[in-house]
Design a binder for this molecule. Structure first.
Ligand code: FAD
Length: 493
């Protein structure tokens, strides 16, 4: 009776395995399940040309560890006070030694990153020697690793339904098995039967401001530099069928970036890039017109060490980057030659060389005096004056006596002055449905929801500290595990 009630009158499509979301995790899952003999269908929310999620616009690195034992030690150290079950860590570590082998098996050419200082994110932690970061092909970035995954899916003839977001998992009311997906296609429900399993690989909640307020620590809003299509749909769908959640407060951020209404994702400001030196005065202030941090702090994916503990960078909102004419006229404030990020790689906004177009659009405000600028951005004028004066005095003695900043120690000189409102920004979230070592989505009591798997940043295993290239590495690991196990399920009819 209950089974009948939970089924649609008619399935629009019938396959063995439905993969929801076409990024690295979706690709690894679909390729593996297909190669194991399953009929696979991928559902993708974005239109063709904008699929690929964060993977498409990422730095393109993936982790391949050199020793599973060291990787277990390192991962446990990264988790710190937020441990992850050891059976999950073990399977991740063993599979992480095989990412290069798998990339080669689909026609790729793994190349190790050649910039060691950013290689191992936490070299002081035990086991960190296992970290090796790779990308596909001779150049890093420019979607090159993604293009390999996309090609491998296309070559296999795996069908992708674009502009077809999954909306609901169809569950057998009696057995709690997942039987298929209700997607939306051309504004209508589209029912897809999955006779073996459904795998959720539809990314995080980077574009869901309500989830950001509920789950991310201390930020009222945040914008991504990745895909605009990840809106936490996998979390909502998994919760509705009884999934437990984990790591919801962990994310690769925040940094500070410009977000304008005309564009869906954020612009990173060149003057804030760690290690980039530019001439001219630059500080960032909070709503109280005071500085709150070393603006050029080198964070570990958004985290800094405070009192011996890693914590997300403090970002009071709104924040304003205040600069002088020297910096304004020194060149574009935005990095015009990026290798990653949605805005440059997909939307392709061409920032003007002299920043004048952005001034005309109102993205940058200007005034002849600091007092006048304070009035325009709505902060207390005497306090902002005090902040700039104090900064200038610190520059004279070449010491930031407040926050110890060592880069761009230049005073404010010639007017006019400029302000850009900055927002907290992130690469990606890590939270989502909890998974076990078989990549099954589990309930709060740890039992699996039958025929439901997940992979990728949707419910990533990273609980606290994050090792760069770990996300795509994890996509490949749990994508392969999901794909194998989903294909091996007994069909339900
Ligand atoms: C600028 C940037 C640089 C980064 N650099 C690196 C790096 O070098 N190395 C690294 O490891 N990590 C990096 N990351 C993080 C990494 O890119 C992601 O964590 C990883 O790519 C996530 O892969 P995924 O397959 O889980 O999700 P995604 O690649 O985000 O794919 C999810 C897909 O699901 C689709 N989708 C969403 N909702 C639905 C729905 N309801 N139905 C159907 N489809 C849906 C989306 O459109 C998207 O195509 C970076 C992130 C950013 C933003």
């Amino acid at each position: 009776m209950e089974l009948k009630r939970s089924l649609p009158d008619k399935w629009d499509r019938e396959v063995d395995v439905v993969v929801v979301g076409f990024g690295a995790a979706g690709a690894a899952t679909a390729i593996t399940a297909h190669d194991a003999g399953a009929r696979v269908l991928m559902l993708e929310k974005a239109p063709k040309g904008q699929e690929g999620g964060n993977t498409r616009v990422a730095g393109q690195g993936y982790l391949n560890v050199s020793s599973a034992d060291e990787a277990i030690t390192y991962f446990n150290a990264l988790c710190g006070p937020y441990p992850v079950p050891q059976e999950v860590v073990r399977v991740w570590a063993h599979e992480s030694t095989k990412n290069n082998e798998w990339v080669r098996s689909i026609g790729g050419d793994p190349q190790e990153h050649q910039h060691p200082p950013v290689g191992v994110e936490f070299p002081e932690l035990p086991g960190s020697e296992c970290v090796h970061k790779f990308h596909n092909g001779p150049i890093v970035g420019f979607s090159e690793t993604w293009k390999l995954f996309e090609r491998a899916v296309t070559e296999r003839g795996i069908e992708v339904l674009y502009e077809t977001p999954a909306r609901e998992l169809i569950q057998n009311g009696a057995t709690r098995e997942i039987l298929g997906v209700r997607a939306e296609r051309e504004g209508k429900p589209h029912y897809v039967k999955a006779s073996r399993a459904v795998v959720l690989t539809c990314g995080g909640f980077e574009n869901n401001q309500e989830m950001i307020r509920n789950y991310l620590p201390g930020i009222p809003y945040c914008y991504t530099s990745g895909t605009p299509y990840n809106e936490g749909d996998g979390i909502t769908m998994a919760m509705a069928v009884g999934a437990d959640l984990w790591h919801m407060n962990n994310f690769a951020g925040p940094s500070m970036a410009l977000k304008v209404p005309e564009y869906r994702t954020s612009f990173s400001m060149i003057s804030l890039h760690f290690s980039r030196e530019s001439p001219g005065g630059m500080v960032v202030v909070g709503p109280d017109a005071r500085r709150f941090a070393d603006e050029k702090h080198h964070t570990s994916h958004g985290k800094i060490k405070v009192s011996g503990r890693w914590t997300p960078l403090f970002t009071p909102c709104p924040m304003f980057m205040i600069i002088d004419q020297t910096l304004f006229s020194s060149g574009p404030l935005y990095n015009k030659e990026p290798r990653s990020g949605w805005n440059p790689m997909v939307d392709g906004y061409d920032w003007s060389d002299d920043n004048r177009a952005e001034l005309a659009k109102g993205w940058i405000k200007t005034a002849g005096t600091i007092t006048e600028l304070a009035g325009i951005i709505g902060v207390d004028a005497p306090t902002l004056e005090g902040t700039i004066n104090r900064w200038n005095e610190d520059c004279l003695v070449e010491e930031d006596r407040q926050f110890g900043r060592t880069l761009m120690l230049s005073p404010f000189t010639d007017p006019p002055y400029y302000a850009l409102e900055l927002s907290p920004s992130m690469l990606n979230t890590q939270g989502g449905p909890r998974r076990n070592e078989k990549s099954q989505v589990v309930r709060p009591d740890g039992t699996p929801i039958p025929r439901l798997y997940s992979a990728g940043e949707l419910g990533s295993i990273y609980s606290y500290l994050y090792q760069g290239t770990g996300n795509i590495g994890e996509c490949l690991v749990f994508g392969r595990i999901s794909g194998r196990n989903a294909a091996a399920e007994q069909a339900w009819d």
